[in-house]
Write a protein that binds this ligand. Structure first.
Ligand code: EPZ
Length: 414
């Protein structure tokens, strides 16, 4: 079992290049399974979840070559309507996308329930309601079974779910006629999936707004596509720069995706300089408390609440965090109490009273972004922090210890 050992208290500086977006790469790889020909996808992060998606597609009959340089070549011609292996499906949330592609391709899907980070209940009722609106019958049992005589475009009403929006886009791309999805998620990765599908010949308009209109097509042609930079990795480095009183240039990112995070960091006393494709974050003085309320895009992302709240444990004053998306996304703060953080969690609220110092301890990451938060904590703390549960961090951060070391962190994997 891997652990990360961090000797904290260093001011990090230098430059970091952001990897491709995991949460765009996963559905884009799945979308390639709807194509009739070979697709080449570049700038994928070489992280565990992406590797699992490659394995899942392979198990379903696709030829997938995925290389550590971030390129996947996917030949979906051999895909069959098989039940994807339960052990792989259970490993991540993004396996829900298999429903959309199997339904789109075969009008039929039988899939085990998806896994994913343990951060509270994560129902898929919106996905299922959407598939039903397109004509599928859903039977819930040990496996989820979806069947449609044919898929027919319809009006679908969602509540800004990223996964449901993407799943409906996938299925509706191969449905007959026009589907209008109302109440769509507007996250950058939703737009990326739509762009990829459009490159293959799909007709998807309005991605990035509340309403997406999809005219179904019968065939999708071969395409090459480059995934957008990871918004959450970018934000994690921004927070690390501020938390360590550092000065980091974050290269290969999209600053406009980060506006709400930049604003919040400025409120805490950090300086954020925006370039066309880079951000520079530096901080000299003490951090000041601020309140965070997680919201769907373009609000403050829930995936950055954990690293940000970790940082705020040493900000002067009281910060109030409101987690509106997930029920249990404060486990990192419970761990950080043992490092000296003064935190009170009440349901969806966390009250953080800034302390002068955190102390290195052995802590456990219980989900991906909790892992990122504990890295922030370990970098700020006096002494040595040992983080277990690194498998979660490896699901979404590529070569994390190499990148940290390159900006001056004292970190090693044992
Ligand atoms: C995606 O999860 C991301 N995962 C999550 O990132 C991210 O936290 C989340 O979007 C929100 O931005 C992937 O892209 C693989 P949702 P997803 O459907 O699609 C409720 C990370 O750390 N809901 O937008 O599962 C749900 O319970 C991960 O990288 C329903 O009630 O998120 C949640 O409260 C963690 N019914 C909210 O909506 C549904 O049918 C948002 O979920 C669907 C969702």
């Amino acid at each position: 079992m891997n652990k990360l050992v961090i000797n904290g208290g260093r001011r990090l500086s230098g430059s970091i290049s952001v990897s491709g977006a995991k949460n765009a790469g996963l559905p884009v790889m799945a979308a390639a399974a709807l194509c009739d020909d070979i697709c080449i996808i570049d700038n994928l992060p070489y992280v565990k979840d992406i590797i699992i998606m490659g394995e899942l597609l392979r198990c379903m009959g696709a030829e997938v070559s995925l290389s550590p340089n971030g390129r996947a070549v996917i030949n979906p011609r051999g895909i069959k309507n098989v039940i994807p292996p339960e052990d792989l499906v259970a490993k991540m949330r993004a396996s829900t996308y298999l429903m959309g592609i199997l339904l789109g391709r075969f009008h039929e899907a039988c899939v085990p329930p998806p896994g994913g980070c343990s951060i509270g209940a994560r129902p898929i009722d919106q996905h299922l309601r959407g598939f039903e609106a397109l004509g599928a019958t859903v039977t819930e049992g040990e496996f989820l079974t979806l069947k449609a005589q044919k898929l027919v475009g319809n009006d679908v009403y969602l509540e800004a779910s990223v996964g449901a929006t993407i799943n409906l886009i996938l299925a509706a791309t191969k449905a007959e006629g026009v589907t209008v999805i109302h109440g769509c998620a507007k996250e950058p990765h939703v737009v990326d999936v739509a762009n990829f599908l459009n490159n293959m010949g799909a007709s998807i308009r309005g991605a990035g707004t509340d309403t997406i209109r999809i005219r179904g097509v019968q065939h999708l042609r071969s395409a090459s596509y480059t995934i957008i930079p990871d918004q959450i990795e970018t934000g994690t480095w921004m927070i690390i720069a501020a938390a360590t009183k550092g000065d980091i240039v974050i290269e290969n990112c999209i600053p406009t995706h980060m506006e709400v995070v930049s604003d919040k960091l400025r409120k805490t006393g950090a300086e954020v300089i925006e370039g066309d494709d880079f951000l520079r974050v530096r901080c000299d003085g003490p951090l000041t408390a601020t309140n965070i309320r997680t919201m769907v895009y373009p609000g403050f992302p829930t995936d950055l609440q954990q690293p940000m709240s970790a940082m705020l444990t040493v900000a002067r004053g009281r910060s109030v965090i409101t987690e509106t998306i997930y029920e249990q996304r404060y486990r990192h703060l419970e761990e950080m109490r043992r490092m000296g953080a003064k935190v009170q969690v009440e349901d969806r609220l966390a009250f953080i009273d800034g302390v002068d110092k955190l102390y290195g301890r052995s802590v456990e990451a219980t989900d991906l972004r909790a892992g990122a938060a504990l890295i922030v904590a370990g970098l700020m703390a006096e002494g040595t922090t040992t983080i277990s549960g690194v498998k979660y961090i490896d699901r979404g951060y590529e070569r994390i210890e190499d990148k940290l070391t390159s900006v001056g962190a004292d970190v090693r994997r044992i």
